[in-house]
Design a protein around this ligand. Structure first.
Ligand code: PGA
Length: 259
């Protein structure tokens, strides 16, 4: 049995309040047929208020794109877990490759952010993924394993079992170059196997593992068909309510086909 699809949109540094309003107006018009999936959007902090108002009455839930590991204090420019909760978030993306690449994110800071998210009652979406150079050097699984080991250090099996993971090959993000369903499945399986060693097989089987990297309506169905792909983390295509809605509907179509 496949799990109910889980599809999260990462709006990155895009969207102002008027665009959020227009997005939700379109979403509401197009959303019939998306109810069977769990649908999340992760707006920039400044658009969370508008998104929360617009999402009320829809099935869309909100996530943050990052959080600081302290709950409050003298950390100019940062946003904490309790602040995200206050703004209406239930989820938070942690360790996105853009954070790793441009903002010095490491395994140690991923680990601290996971702890902060859990303290605040947020469900972390923990991102892992290899660069093109690492893939070409045949280091993909080693890199993913190191990211998992470092990020998850010190957490109990119960805690790990409640996390959501996103496999996002860096070379597929925003490039239009998607991993093939087979390439993605190999890594998703490896992540689940690694989790099984930590938390046991049945619990690892229940963990949601998303794929991210140039997901579009045209490739969502084939990717979702793979046994260890439970949904998507969508960047570019989530900025258009219509394309995002199609990805959700394709996932549901595939889910019904497989089950
Ligand atoms: P993309 O981004 O869908 O634009 O490739 C995915 C992500 O970075 O989460």
């Amino acid at each position: 049995m496949k799990k109910r699809p889980f599809v999260a949109g990462n709006w990155k540094m895009n969207m102002t309040a008027p665009l959020v309003r227009a997005w939700f107006e379109e979403w509401i018009r197009l959303s019939p047929g998306t109810e069977e999936a769990e649908t999340i959007v992760c707006p920039p902090y400044t658009a969370l208020g508008e998104a929360a108002r617009r999402a009320a009455g829809t099935a869309v839930r909100l996530g943050g794109q990052n959080l600081h590991w302290e709950d409050s204090g003298a950390f100019t420019g940062e946003v904490s877990g309790p602040m995200l909760v206050d703004a209406g978030c239930r989820f938070v993306i942690i360790g996105h490759s853009e954070r790793r690449q441009y903002f010095g994110e490491t395994e140690a800071t991923v680990q601290k952010r996971i702890a902060a998210a859990l303290r605040a009652g947020l469900r972390p979406i923990v991102c892992v993924g290899e660069t093109l150079a690492q893939r070409e050097a045949d280091r993909t699984l080693g890199v993913i394993q190191a990211q998992l080991e470092g990020g998850l250090a010190g957490f109990t099996p119960e805690t790990i079992g409640g996390l959501i993971f996103a496999y996002e090959p860096v070379w597929a993000i925003g490039t239009g170059r998607t991993a093939t369903p087979e390439q993605a499945q190999v890594v998703h399986r490896a992540i689940r196997d690694r989790l099984a060693q930590k938390i046991g097989n049945p619990a690892a089987g229940c963990v949601i593992i998303l794929y991210g990297g140039s997901v579009k309506p045209a490739n969502a169905c084939d990717l979702f068909r793979k046994p260890d792909i439970d949904g998507f983390l969508v960047g570019g295509a989530s900025l258009e309510a219509a394309a995002f809605g199609e990805i959700v509907k394709e996932s549901i179509r595939s889910y019904k086909e497989v089950n």
